[in-house]
Write a protein that binds this ligand. Structure first.
Ligand code: PEP
Length: 252
């Protein structure tokens, strides 16, 4: 059975003090939820990862980073490496978020090297991809998603896929309040699973968790998560509030 995952991407939000407060609240809230085959992951900012990972050590909450550099160390001012994440007990990293692609020019090729560096350091990767509105309107969305996945991930051996989580995030639905319909999400997720099945054996495609991201809220989570190929969500705005995030976890 595929693992269900609810992951919260906190983006550039929450100070140290605010991070401590939200993690504390979340720990209490998550204790009350029965997490049947479901993982809960939060991704605070770099400076707060160590505190969050310490605070969640004995809880069901896992901590992920929002990004990392592909090199191990060196003259890359402002960057953080896979080894540095591992050294503060972070085992998962989000790569390829549309904001990294758009504002920081991250290409598929760069992302392929980040994925390799993460896996070489035994980090699990939540790999994000998704089309912009023009691609959706012109019917190009399947092609765009296919090339994003192929270019960044299809050089991997099948064994590496146990450390890959896919996150389909249509860019037009991120932070806009607009959500893909559950049928649109299911259609794309089924397409992605088929794509992976064609390249690898079906045990890879059947095992990989595919999350949906884009304005998931307590009010729409249950319907989106009810779809066969939707294995959970990557949550932005609603992950910053304990009540909303817990309601989304319950919805799965
Ligand atoms: C995201 O940034 O990954 C995201 C899904 O954001 P939101 O839930 O706010 O649309």
């Amino acid at each position: 059975m595929r693992t269900k995952i609810v992951a919260g991407n906190w983006k550039m939000n929450k100070t140290y003090q605010e991070t401590k407060a939200l993690v504390k609240e979340l720990k209490h809230a998550v204790k009350e939820i029965s997490l049947d085959n479901t993982r809960v992951i939060i991704a605070p900012t770099f400076v707060n990862l160590q505190k969050a990972s310490k605070m969640t050590k004995s809880s069901a909450i896992e901590v992920a980073a929002q990004n990392m550099h592909q090199e191990a160390n060196g003259a890359y001012t402002g960057e953080i490496s896979a080894q540095m994440l591992k050294s503060v007990y972070v085992d998962t990293v989000i790569l390829g978020h549309s904001e990294r692609r758009e504002y920081f020019g991250e290409s598929d090729e760069l992302l392929a090297s980040k994925v390799d560096a993460a896996l070489a350091n035994d980090l699990e990767v939540i790999f994000c991809f998704g089309e912009v509105l023009e691609d959706r309107k012109s019917g190009n969305h399947f092609k765009v998603v296919e090339s994003q996945i192929k270019n960044a991930l299809f050089h991997l051996e099948s064994g590496a896929w146990s450390k890959i989580i896919l996150a389909y995030e249509p860019v037009w639905a991120i932070g806009t309040g607009e959500t893909a319909t559950p049928d649109q999400a299911q259609e794309m997720h089924a397409f992605i699973r088929e794509l992976v099945a064609e390249r690898y054996l079906s045990d890879v495609s059947e095992e990989v968790s595919i999350l949906y991201g884009g304005s998931v809220k307590p009010g729409n989570a249950e319907e989106i998560f009810s779809k066969n190929d939707v294995d959970g969500g990557l949550i932005g705005g609603a992950a910053l509030n304990v009540d909303d995030f817990s309601a989304i976890i319950k919805a799965i």
